[in-house]
Design a protein around this ligand. Structure first.
Ligand SMILES: C[S@@+](CC[C@H](N)C(=O)[O-])C[C@H]1O[C@@H](n2cnc3c(N)ncnc32)[C@H](O)[C@@H]1O
Length: 192
């Protein structure tokens, strides 16, 4: 699938209808989401025919992108049931299969390293200190081939800088939208 086509499909997805700031619910827009997954697949072969997990999947954007790029199996995990309902509707609309699990990432235990690739835009820890590191710890415990973000890795590389559009979502947001610079990281765990 071409990058523009992927971006177009992701642009039609529903996003958080009632975002919860305590869970740092910020959607990844179609521009950045398409580039993250397209790079993972076309530069590294991390998606096609792989088992992919989307940690903190929200409305499913990253996981759906993985499915559209030919992942063998995609699991989306989020603690928020309302987001998972939207993710389910989004997957149905685009006719892709997404296995959705409601779970606090901190409690996730798939009993072994059964996932080839973890993709995520985790909470940054602005509301719950340390939650970003918790996501990384759990990713490491479950991934067998490559993760996009992982600090305890044998290799860690910033692939590029991207612009992350933050729409006006919460009362304390003063501007209509803000775009912030973010880095796209790729981590390869020890032994992979
Ligand atoms: C920055 S949003 C990213 C959403 C989505 N992945 C995307 O890229 O559009 C972070 C997501 O993590 C979820 N989340 C926050 N804390 C969590 C936890 N402890 N366990 C599981 N999911 C959590 C939120 O509900 C939210 O959907």
């Amino acid at each position: 699938m071409k990058l523009k086509q992927l971006e177009g499909l992701l642009g039609n997805l529903q996003q958080f209808s009632n975002p919860k700031v305590e869970l740092e619910q910020y959607p990844t827009g179609p521009h950045i989401a398409s580039r993250v997954l397209y790079t993972a697949e076309n530069s590294f072969g991390d998606v096609g025919d792989r088992v992919v997990a989307d940690f903190g999947c929200g409305c499913g954007t990253l996981g759906i992108a993985a499915a559209l790029l030919g992942a063998e199996h995609v699991v989306g995990i989020d603690v928020d049931s309302q987001s998972l309902e939207i993710a389910s509707a989004n997957a149905e609309e685009l006719e892709v299969e997404l296995n959705l699990v409601q779970c606090d990432l901190g409690n996730l235990d798939f009993r072994g390293q059964i996932v080839d690739t973890v993709v995520m835009n985790p909470p940054f820890g602005t509301r719950k200190k340390g939650v970003d590191m918790e996501f990384l710890r759990v990713a490491l415990a479950h991934v067998k081939r490559a993760a996009l973000r992982d600090f305890n890795a044998s290799s860690a590389e910033v692939l590029c800088e991207l612009r992350y559009d933050v729409p006006h979502l919460y009362k304390f947001h003063k501007k209509k939208e803000v775009d912030i610079a973010v880095d796209l990281w790729r981590f390869v765990p020890r032994g992979a």
